[in-house]
Design a protein around this ligand. Structure first.
Ligand SMILES: Cc1cc2nc3c(=O)[nH]c(=O)nc-3n(C[C@H](O)[C@H](O)[C@H](O)COP(=O)(O)OP(=O)(O)OC[C@H]3O[C@@H](n4cnc5c(N)ncnc54)[C@H](O)[C@@H]3O)c2cc1C
Length: 370
């Protein structure tokens, strides 16, 4: 089967990386992205890029220099507080091992690397149907024929149902996302240190993380029933803040400051696909990144896995003219994602428990001694 016309659904980090690598092989992929332009939605916070996956992918894409110019190795610090505001752990040694980069900056580096016109913006795909040995892909009164389709369309992938019945399940924890400017929020900046601060109490946590451009991203994490998480999602920022005041009542004033002063961004219930999610190989169709292995952010692996998937999928597509090599890619990818998903599930359970602070302290100390 020829795989000349490849549609990549989704222009997140995984889809854009795949497009870049395929273009370096002389192929002409098309990225179909639902957003109308790159700035339509806030792209989220800072990501740490791991050497063997995320950084390796940037290297393979010929983008190491651009990445290192934008990356922030100085922002890899970790701080841990308990609910009383006692600083229990403070590590602040920059290394090149896991430099941070803003998700929006990473996406822009990848976009800049593509041949103009590769990404077709404003294409929300709603229909993918097998036809004439390939697939008709369409949405919003538009459709086109492709030889192969890659679902790089994240958590609620429209490609995944063609391969698997799996659905993301709510993880029992919801994050309320908050934004801070260092200039307007010097106290939160001081609390955060050079990197990320985690304050952990009984089944709840506050997280702040330094981003580029003088910003800090914060998250208030709480255990909530799914129905309640949906309700919070329909509330105004001020109503959500009031609910958080109740959840974090009794915490140290400098920690409550995070809730009181942050600019409200949104309510993010955490979902994950079943661990070990896999599917039967089907000619012309596959998945990468969150579409294949959505997990909670508590392993810090999501974007790294998406980029590593793109490298392996591009290599597999280069190695043969048919789809036979893709089942090997899928097996390797699913095995790697399973390990990370187990870590993410364990991380979430540990932090949001009655002894979360002890678990995190133990984890941080073990990392120092590793
Ligand atoms: C709070 C939080 C913190 C995180 N922190 C980290 C971290 O520190 N380190 C880390 O490695 N990972 C982290 N992650 C995870 C990381 O952001 C994701 O794993 C990563 O973005 C996945 O990339 P992707 O390309 O697979 O999917 P996505 O980034 O979700 O991109 C999917 C793209 O597909 C588009 N799309 C969706 N549906 C359609 C459609 N029907 N038609 C067309 N386009 C569509 C979307 O608009 C989007 O652009 C975090 C996630 C969260 C929520």
């Amino acid at each position: 089967m020829a795989t000349q016309r490849i549609a990549i659904i989704g222009g997140g980090p995984g889809g854009l990386m795949l497009a870049r690598l395929l273009q370096r092989q002389g192929k002409c992929p098309v990225v179909l992205e639902r957003d109308r332009h790159a700035e339509e939605r806030p792209q989220g916070g800072s990501l740490d890029m791991h050497s063997e996956t995320g950084q390796y992918a940037m290297e393979r894409a010929g983008l190491r220099e651009a990445f290192m110019a934008a990356a922030r190795p100085e922002d890899q610090g970790d701080r841990l507080y308990n609910a009383e505001g006692e600083l229990l752990f403070d590590r602040n040694e920059p290394t090149d091992d896991r430099p941070e980069i803003d998700r929006s900056v990473l996406r822009q580096i990848l976009l800049n690397s593509l041949t103009p016109g590769t990404v077709l913006w404003g294409r929300r795909i709603t229909r993918i149907a097998p036809e004439k040995g390939g697939f008709v892909v369409g949405g919003d009164g538009w459709s086109e024929q492709f030889d192969a389709v890659v679902g790089a369309d994240g958590a609620w992938s429209v490609v995944r149902p063609l391969l698997s019945d799996a659905l993301p399940l709510y993880e029992g924890v919801t994050l309320v996302e908050l934004g801070f400017d260092v200039s307007r929020h010097p106290r939160v900046s001081k609390l955060t240190g050079n990197g990320k601060m985690l304050a952990v109490g009984d089944n709840r946590a506050l997280i702040t993380q330094r981003n580029g451009d003088g910003h800090i991203r914060g998250y208030a994490g709480v255990r909530l029933a799914e129905s309640m998480a949906k309700e919070w999602g329909s509330w105004s920022g001020e109503n959500v803040r009031q609910a958080l005041r109740d959840v974090f009542a009794g915490w140290a004033p400098e920690l409550q400051d995070v809730i009181e002063t942050g600019d409200f961004i949104g309510v993010r219930p955490l979902y994950a696909l079943p661990i070990e999610h896999s599917w039967k190989n089907q000619a012309g169709l596959t998945l990468l990144g969150d579409a294949a292995h959505l997990m909670s952010p508590f392993s810090g692996e999501g974007v790294n896995l998406a980029l590593a998937d793109a490298v392996e999928l591009a290599d597999a597509l280069a190695s043969t003219d048919d789809w036979s090599s893709i089942s090997r890619y899928e097996r390797t990818m699913c095995a790697r994602a399973t390990v990370a998903a187990e870590g993410a599930a364990q991380g979430l359970r540990s932090v949001f428990s009655s002894s979360g602070v002890e678990h995190v302290l133990e984890h941080y100390r073990a990392r120092v001694h590793a």
